[in-house]
Design a protein around this ligand. Structure first.
Ligand code: ADP
Ligand code: MG
Length: 694
């Protein structure tokens, strides 16, 4: 339960003075509708309103704040003309200009004969000073509220910077004084201000330097957010590790048989990670290991051998995939091998229904099924294992920490192996998993040819089609990928269909279309036809990202490549790297291409090293966007920016380790302050819930 001291921060912004229901709605669109959301919404720029020259020697086009006397009102003669107000600062005249403003309100705010401070952009027109729609008009005694440095916030229609400044000011007043949660020595060495000071300073930048992620107040806030993240993960891990595991150390017979059936030898990298995994399984700790391996590095067989170790010990194993297609693909690879060695693998997805499902669940409970393959349908309550000892999560970033723990609870201290295909830079591994044990298949099977990747503008389409016709005549199969993103789903889908129709003119019946809006059955049919080779060219929205394995496909055209994340492009390209023939990937862009996009696409041309691609992408795009989707299961940070605050992350990581080693239940005075930190950054859901505090 959230500590009382935080209640005002998690209240609706409507609890702030001056924030009505309209403003609440707008803010919820801009940054969120809680006070804390407003506090995390930091300025990105500033306006200096301290320049206050005499008009006679003022510079034009500057933001100025002037003390002027109101001389005369000139209402418009027609509705097209502005309302003018003539004033003077004693050295020269200034004309204030208002379009479409109520005359009454002007008369009220600028009464003739009185003095006002006006602040805005000073312009010169026909030799006369003018200012249209001053940003501020205040009485002389309120000058101080205007004539300083004004923070500038990211805005949305309907919320002006002036309003936002006012709201943030109100929000800052609700922030309680927190007990320091950082270690005193660290605080001294880092020169960080307190959290309260840092938040205040970040909302009151005085120079451009203060807006940078390197400023001390911003660093302090980033550190706090990262520490909350690392501490939460450390607590989860501490909890999982505390439960002792079971020793899984099979006799190796099933594994030997499977290895004999394979047409290839394991790579050195596969052998190495298996050794690491087996050691975990055999220990009396519970395994919690992340297996990273690039597309095509051969994770499936590693998963199977891991599960077989459990089956050799008379227990069950499960593997969970993020999509139906992927679960089916696992089934297609795993089931025949299992059949050969006399054990049973079954698949359970959302499509398993009725009698089939009932029967399957019974057999599962009786222990007649050794390996269960499925989607998140495995989470459902009535899925009960006889004795689940090994869980593999093939996640591709689609599961959150929470879901992962959910499945492991179905087991009896089950070991957990999380597999991920998108190479994740170390920084993100740390923020998503803390320091889960970590194995990396850093080698793809020998003999695979590099992909010839080219970047070209879409206007080369005619040449591309001719080249593609030649390739297909020579027996190649090709993907044609069109982007489909949620925000512009309709127009994207239309574009994909229209591309399909264009290609039909050239390729006739040999071209097929598959997209997310089709029925499962239709999708399967098209995919099957492409797999069997009756279709040669497959136009697809990004569904094939996690789609089937077609070794014969050696060409991939990606339209609007500039709209994809690099990690995604890498995944897509991985689809044509499966065969042993040279393959070609064309990245088509819609000109003109921004400097940044060009740099990104060039990285794809330069390297096939998924880790390098991910690191570069992180540099160019920042962490949150890297994985393309918001349901990535990766924490997104409000205050930390991983492309700048990497070092802070490593420090926070170490800090969290030390905290948990010394005070696992957060009971010391510092521990209690840290609990507030966890709640402040909303890490309570998965840290504090499974680690109830006393
Ligand atoms: P991913 O890591 O992307 O899941 P897969 O497990 O699907 O990769 O393997 C990709 C392809 O490589 C499969 O066709 C698989 O049979 C094959 N493969 C796996 N390991 C090896 C190996 N050591 N040598 C040759 N081919 C292998
Ligand atoms: Mg795989």
């Amino acid at each position: 339960m959230r500590p009382k001291i935080l209640f005002p921060l998690f209240a609706s912004v409507s609890t702030l003075g001056g924030v009505g229901s309209k403003a609440t709605q707008l803010l919820s669109r801009l940054c969120g509708d809680r006070v804390v959301d407003l506090l995390w919404h930091l300025p990105t720029n500033l306006v200096d309103r301290t320049y206050s020259p005499a008009l006679i020697n003022a510079r034009e086009n500057m933001i100025v704040s002037l003390r002027v006397k109101i001389l005369e009102h000139l209402p418009p003669k027609s509705s097209k003309q502005p309302y003018r107000v003539i004033c003077s600062d004693g050295t020269d005249r200034l004309c204030l200009i208002f379009f479409k403003v109520y005359a009454q309100s002007i008369a009220k705010n600028l009464p003739i004969g009185e003095e006002r401070i006006v602040s805005g952009k000073l312009e010169s027109f026909n030799g006369q000073w003018q200012m249209s729609h001053p940003d501020y008009i205040v009485k002389p005694q309120e000058a101080a509220s205007v004539m300083g440095i004004e923070p500038v916030y990211p805005l949305t229609a309907g919320v002006s910077n002036k309003m936002l400044n006012k709201f943030v000011k109100e929000a800052l007043q609700t922030v309680p004084k927190f007990e320091e949660w950082l270690e005193p020595n660290f605080l001294k060495v880092s020169k960080f201000p307190s959290f309260n000071e840092a938040l205040d300073a970040s909302h009151h930048p005085q120079t451009g330097q203060d807006l940078l992620p390197s400023s001390l107040p911003r660093q302090r806030l980033a550190y706090d957010e990262l520490l909350a993240n690392q501490l939460a993960l450390a607590m989860v891990r501490h909890e999982v590790k505390k439960q002792s595991g079971r020793k899984i150390n099979g006799n190796g017979l099933l594994r030997q048989k499977v290895l004999q059936k394979l047409t290839f030898n394991l790579t050195e990298a596969q052998e190495r990670v298996l050794k690491e995994i087996y050691a975990d399984q055999a220990s009396d700790y519970r395994m919690l290991r992340l297996l990273q391996g690039d597309v095509g590095s051969g994770k499936t067989i590693v998963a199977l051998l891991t599960m077989l170790n459990a089956v050799e010990c008379g227990t069950q194993a499960a593997i969970m995939a993020p999509t139906e297609i992927l679960a089916k693909q696992h089934m297609e690879t795993i089931a025949p091998l299992c059949e050969d060695i006399g054990i049973r693998a079954e698949i359970l997805t959302g499509r398993t229904k009725g009698k089939n499902r009932t029967k399957l669940l019974e057999e599962l409970k009786d222990g007649k099924i050794d390996i269960l393959i499925g989607t998140h349908a495995l989470f459902v309550e009535d899925v009960v294992f006889k004795d689940l000892a090994c869980v593999v999560v093939d996640e591709q970033h689609r599961f959150g920490v929470h879901q992962r723990l959910c499945l492991s609870e179905k087991g009896n201290q089950a070991d957990i192996l999380v597999m991920t295909a998108t190479p994740i830079p170390r920084t993100l591994v740390l923020t998503a998993y803390g320091d889960m044990e970590y194995s990396k298949i850093d080698q793809v099977p020998a003999g695979r040819k590099p992909v010839d990747t080219r970047v070209m503008p879409l206007d080369k389409l005619p040449e591309i089609i001719v080249a593609l016709q030649r390739k297909i005549r020579n027996g190649a199969r090709a993907y044609w990928v069109c982007p489909l993103v949620e925000e512009s789903e309709k127009s994207d889908l239309a574009a994909a269909i229209s591309r399909f129709e264009t290609l039909q003119k050239y390729f006739g019946n040999a071209v097929g279309l598959v997209h997310g809006k089709m029925k499962e059955k239709e999708k399967d049919q098209v995919m099957d036809a492409f797999k069997k080779g009756s279709l040669k060219l497959l136009v697809a929205t990004t569904v094939i990202e996690v789609g089937v394995n077609v070794p014969e496909a050696t060409v991939m055209v990606i339209e609007h490549a500039e709209r994809f994340g690099l990690a995604q492009l890498h995944q897509l390209r991985g689809r044509i790297k499966r065969g042993f023939e040279a393959s070609t990937c064309l990245l088509l862009y819609n000109p003109p291409l921004s400097e940044n996009s060009r740099a990104r696409l060039n990285i794809m041309r330069e390297t096939e090293d998924g880790f390098r691609i991910a690191e570069e992408d992180l540099k160019l795009r920042g962490g949150g966007e890297l994985l393309g989707t918001r349901q990535s299961g990766f924490d997104e940070f409000c205050l930390a920016d991983l492309s700048y605050h990497k070092d802070l992350l490593y420090t926070a990581h170490k800090d969290a380790q030390m905290i948990i080693a010394a005070d696992p239940l957060l009971q010391t005075p510092r521990g209690r302050a840290l609990r507030v930190l966890l709640y402040l950054f909303e890490k309570d859901t998965y840290a504090l819930q499974i680690t109830p505090l006393v």
